[in-house]
Write a protein that binds this ligand. Structure first.
Ligand code: ZN
Length: 455
């Protein structure tokens, strides 16, 4: 991958488009086959099931998942050795299983895996939920099930598969070293009918190119992180600009979507915004229905409300089982509410996780949490537990790191972080590392992962 990426970064944009499209063929073959179609069909069809039928499905799937994980994962076998898994007959008994904290999960991930890296599908995760990426290995068929769910969610909101799609996510599709005389900040995937827009070049002066290109491209939907999409909406509002085409929907994920962001995007883009939680990060699905209500889909796992967080069990993670995993985000349910959309899946009143703050790149683009966190997925050693970026100067950012046993990062890992950081924030930016036990918290006790004092 890294040598291919090096070549990719050096070739002209039309070759990059071809490269992305060839990659698209690979993705297409891996993901959109008969399995994908039958999973998608299943989700649409089981929408008409009664609540009892859905709960029964959830329970069966849960029991099967726990038994399989216990059998296949060294870690869970050991962890549950004093628990009679055979006696587990009801989903309510979930509480006899211990909760796993994030740091414990990270430390033991090699023992948790049930499949080799070679036989797994790796997701293009950006940041993770409220913390740092852990490398989740998916069993390929379960990854397809997740993709099918995501597409089922989009279809319910009127967006068919392979309709023109504009994506704003963490991918570094344009190298900072690349000369860009024609101001082209996007690349095409002809196979998936998707255009990726670089979120690392959305400076005030470049935004007009993004706006003009979207007007030419006329996508059916826009998807990605809320921050870059919101930044584009602010620019359009300030300059009194509107799209010359009608969008069907905007789909956001991976960062907190604030009400002020949603209302501005909906006003300026003249379409609805639908939020969705954690599709790329292994968690069960929480998605918005056409009435604008978040529902936790019980076909995809179990979510338990928990003090300052949420405990998740995710059925599509047999490759790296997530069982009673303390994910760190706060998921609140509104158990008494029945949504007028007709869905019997529990209503989620709020999800709080990822900070909405942004850092500023040398080219003045504002870059949000999920895109910044993406630099960690390239590390060789999984020793970082938590982090905080502090920016006091455009060209210098301090990265406070909490690591397992206060270990220093290896030279190689430091180089990887600097390289990935510069790809996103500019070649001249300096990244200073500090290992610390205490990361600054806000008044509610949550770690502030991005502190930006540059305006
Ligand atoms: Zn609903």
């Amino acid at each position: 991958m890294s040598s291919l990426k090096r070549i990719y970064d050096k070739v002209p944009s039309y070759l990059q488009n071809i490269g992305i499209s060839i990659y698209g063929i690979k993705l297409y073959r891996e993901r959109f086959d008969n399995d994908f179609r039958s999973y998608k069909k299943f989700f649409h069809e089981s929408d008409s099931w009664s609540k009892e039928e859905l709960l029964k499905y959830q329970e069966n799937r849960f029991l099967e998942f726990i038994k399989k994980s216990c059998y296949e994962s060294n870690y869970y076998r050991e962890k549950y050795k004093n628990i009679k898994i055979r006696d587990l007959l009801k989903i309510e008994q979930i509480k006899i299983l211990p909760i796993i904290k994030k740091d414990e999960f990270k430390k033991n991930v090699n023992e948790i895996y049930t499949i080799s890296s070679k036989n797994s599908t790796k997701a293009q995760t950006g940041g993770t939920t409220s913390g740092l990426p852990t490398k989740i290995r998916y069993v390929p068929s379960e990854f397809k099930e997740r993709m099918a769910y995501y597409q089922y969610f989009r279809e319910k909101l009127g967006v068919k598969n392979f309709k023109k799609r504009a994506t704003f996510n963490a991918q570094t599709i344009i190298s900072n070293n690349h000369t860009n005389p024609y101001n082209i900040f996007w690349r095409k995937n002809f196979v998936l009918n998707q255009r990726y827009y670089s979120i690392y070049h959305m400076s005030e002066e470049n935004l007009k190119y993004y706006f003009n290109n979207l007007n030419k491209y006329k996508p059916v939907s826009i998807d990605g992180y809320p921050n870059p999409i919101y930044n584009l909406a602010v620019y359009m509002k300030q300059n009194n600009l509107r799209f010359k085409f009608q969008l069907k929907a905007v789909f956001t994920t991976s960062e907190n979507l604030y009400d002020f962001q949603r209302s501005l995007i909906e006003e300026v883009f003249n379409c609805k915004v639908y939020n969705q939680y954690a599709s790329a990060e292994g968690a069960p699905f929480v998605t918005e229905c056409y009435k604008g209500t978040l529902h936790f889909d019980i076909r995809t796992g179990v979510i338990e409300e928990y003090k300052n967080g949420a405990i998740i069990t995710s059925f599509t993670t047999s490759g790296t089982p997530l069982i009673r995993y303390d994910i760190g985000d706060i998921i609140k349910f509104d158990n008494d509410r029945i949504c007028s959309c007709g869905s019997v899946h529990p209503v989620v009143s709020s999800i709080e996780g990822r900070t909405g703050e942004q850092l500023i790149a040398v080219n003045k683009s504002k870059i949000g949490f999920a895109s910044t966190m993406a630099i960690f997925r390239f590390l060789e050693n999984d020793t970082v537990e938590d982090c905080q970026f502090v920016q006091k100067d455009l060209n210098k950012i301090t990265l406070n790191l909490k690591t397992i046993n206060n270990k220093e990062l290896s030279i190689n890992d430091k180089e990887i972080l600097i390289k990935e950081f510069r790809k996103r924030f500019g070649d001249t930016v300096e990244l200073e590392f500090k290992i610390t036990n205490e990361l600054k918290k806000d008044s509610s006790g949550k770690t502030r992962r991005i502190i930006c004092e540059v305006s």
